[in-house]
Write a protein that binds this ligand. Structure first.
Ligand code: ADP
Ligand code: MG
Ligand code: ZN
Length: 460
């Protein structure tokens, strides 16, 4: 019997709004002194009331729209109750049954026609951070509330992934979309994007129809397709670790299944040092969060025009941009892919093309220069890049034939240098280039001369 992974993902993204989700404290907490970005609301003090951050909610909806979600016109916040020191209120404000966005999808490229369904995109607040250390020679746990209340968007997929590679492609794409929207830097090292794969294995029946489209083109799967258990690996902060955790879990669960047992439903962690997952919490201890509506924040009723206004503010997304680059600039997919990886680079390229046009420099030349010379869009202005391309092309106006003749003349006058070169003294090429330059008297690229010399000496 062979088995096939079934994977669903939960991803948390911290938004880069100026202020927190429910108070006016700054979100710029990373690397700052503990408990300096806090107020009674962050501390969950009695009587402190939450004031929702409008921008954060709009950004959450924009993420949903970019992932092809529906935006329900009625939505609300709920309280997720649990007791832990990093959560001073005793509950986290989150969304339960009426998230801001749901029922979206993302299409993957490498596995053609593979679609990952997005179950929901909801808004919540981040928790504080526990720091375990030594104080006055004793073990102690300290709490930093700077992160408490930072806007957090959670993006949950259906269990549609079949491999670590698909998961990786989805994550790259999700990160790219979030960065295009400029709602988060999605920097994994700073904890701005946190990943939780849910993994199980199903028996693979080669003859079974995997998935199909119903009459309205919605992707469906046979009902009993999903295993009755799942293992969730919590809070991973690197795409590579997710891949490794999935591979590890697949093997671990396969062995259990091959032994005739079913893996226990549990929450595990990833131990990067030992390259294994380890059990954190099993099903019987799974928490009941006793969700109920957040009474301090009235529900939201959107009008269709509010949602279409948000939709109109969304910039061109990577997929569309990539396709347009292929069409408009007749470039190879590879070039377009590199140039659209980051929005900043794509915009830099297009701006340079616009200016280049005035000087008859085509888009391909510009794409070539940017990619081959690894141009950093943050360190040069488009106009300056155009000027440097013009300067480069002026240098290479010397005719090939003319160069060959000059080279042959230099060879004739310097037989020893030619001899040395043929014996393997490659460095004499510098001398020959120098002699040629004396004759040419125009600015010319060393590389061009080098090529001419090498070609001639190869034939001789
Ligand atoms: P919970 O109620 O424990 O949060 P959900 O059904 O809401 O569980 O699913 C949480 C995540 O787990 C989703 O991303 C979902 O796609 C995924 N998931 C659900 N069932 C499975 C399964 N059998 N194998 C892998 N992932 C699963
Ligand atoms: Mg979960
Ligand atoms: Zn605050």
């Amino acid at each position: 019997m062979s088995y096939k992974p079934v994977i669903g993902l939960e991803v948390h993204v911290e938004l880069k709004t100026k202020s927190k989700m429910f108070c006016g404290c700054s979100t710029d907490y990373f690397g700052k002194k503990p408990n300096t970005h806090v107020c009674p609301t962050c501390f969950g003090l009695p009587g402190a009331l939450p004031t929702p951050n409008k921008i954060a909610i709009e950004w959450c909806i924009k993420i949903g729209l970019s992932l092809n979600c529906d935006i329900p016109l009625f939505s609300k916040f709920d309280r997720k109750n649990y007791f832990y020191p990093d959560l001073p209120k005793g509950y986290q404000i989150s969304q339960y049954d009426l998230p801001f966005a749901h029922n979206g999808f993302v299409k993957l490229k490498t596995d053609e026609n593979k679609t990952i369904r997005i179950r929901r995109v909801h808004m919540e607040e981040d928790t504080g951070k526990l720091i375990h250390g030594i104080v006055n020679g004793k073990k102690a746990s300290l709490i930093d509330f700077n992160r408490s209340g930072v806007p957090l968007v959670e993006i949950v997929t259906e269990p549609d992934f079949e491999s670590a590679e698909q998961v990786n492609e989805y994550l790259q794409k999700l990160q790219q979309i979030i960065r295009y929207l400029e709602v988060s830097d999605a920097d994994m090292e700073k904890g701005q994007m946190r990943l939780e794969p849910n993994i199980s294995l199903k028996k693979s029946h080669p003859e079974q129809r995997e998935e199909y489209r119903d009459s309205s083109s919605v992707i469906r799967r046979p009902q009993n397709d999903i295993p009755t258990y799942k293992v969730e690996v919590k809070n991973i902060n690197s795409f590579r670790f997710v891949e490794k955790a999935i591979h590890y879990e697949t093997e671990r669960q396969r062995k259990i299944l091959e032994g005739g047992k079913t893996p226990v439903q549990e929450t595990r962690g990833w131990d990067e040092k030992r390259q294994i997952t380890f059990s954190q919490r099993i099903k019987e201890q799974e928490m009941d969060y006793r969700y109920f509506p957040e009474a301090d924040i009235p529900p939201f009723r959107w009008t269709k025009s509010q949602i279409s206004r948000l939709r109109s503010q969304i910039p061109e997304m990577p997929d569309k941009k990539l396709k347009r680059f292929n069409d408009d600039y007749s470039m190879s997919g590879y070039y377009s892919e590199i140039l659209t990886r980051e929005r900043k680079m794509a915009e830099f390229f297009e701006e340079t093309v616009k200016i280049g046009k005035k000087y008859n420099i085509n888009a391909k030349k510009i794409a070539n220069t940017i990619i081959n010379k690894k141009i950093d869009a943050n360190s040069i202005l488009p106009a300056a890049l155009v000027q440097s391309i013009i300067k480069q092309s002026k240098k290479t106006v010397v005719d090939e034939e003319e160069l060959k003749n000059i080279a042959l003349e230099v060879f004739r006058k310097n037989p020893k240098a030619v001899d040395d070169y043929k014996k393997g003294k490659n460095q004499v090429i510098g001398f020959i280039i120098g002699m040629m330059k004396r004759e040419i008297k125009k600015p010319v690229e060393n590389n061009q001369l080098k090529e001419v010399i090498e070609n001639l000496l190869k034939i001789q």
